[in-house]
Design a protein around this ligand. Sequence first.
Ligand code: FMN
Length: 164
Amino acid sequence: MSDMLIVYYSQIQGNTKYIIDKCEKEFNADIIRIDTVEPYEGNIDEISAQAEHEIFLDFKPEIIPNDIKIDGYKKILIGTPTWWYTMAPAVLTFISSQNWAGKNVALFATDAGCPGHCIEDMIKLCKGANIFSTRTFEFNLHGTNYMITPEKDLKAWIKEIKSF
Ligand SMILES: Cc1cc2nc3c(=O)[nH]c(=O)nc-3n(C[C@H](O)[C@H](O)[C@H](O)COP(=O)(O)O)c2cc1C
């Protein structure tokens, strides 16, 4: 078991995974990618409409894996794409299913320029946690892995998480 756990969801473009891949090289962390049991299907407009409906209802989809243990880690990093100005429903399920009291937590979200209240919503859900870092990373909406946020900001953030 490492002293750090990373849990993330990444869907459409792999942008959130892009950040995780950078982290993987720098941290000796256990990394878990969560997914919904029921995959999102259809084109981007259909997925977007489904997501909007789910978020409106605060829907918590079943996720895999569903037995993530967060106890025993010195720090936990959670990453999500921004969906309709908040976290993706899979991440809502994960965060809601855990007891965060006393945990050291860092949060990040990727977005396409409208971060909304994603980070604030995640902070509220991690009740009792010590949130030691939050960050958003902006990506080009239509390209794959084209990060608009400068790479140097990502590097600086990784250093910050490392030094905690
Ligand atoms: C359903 C849906 C809703 C989205 N809502 C927002 C949003 O509110 N603000 C924003 O800036 N980007 C939004 N985006 C763009 C994603 O946040 C962005 O492309 C993200 O980096 C995707 O991460 P991923 O490739 O890891 O899934 C949305 C994308 C999808 C699919």
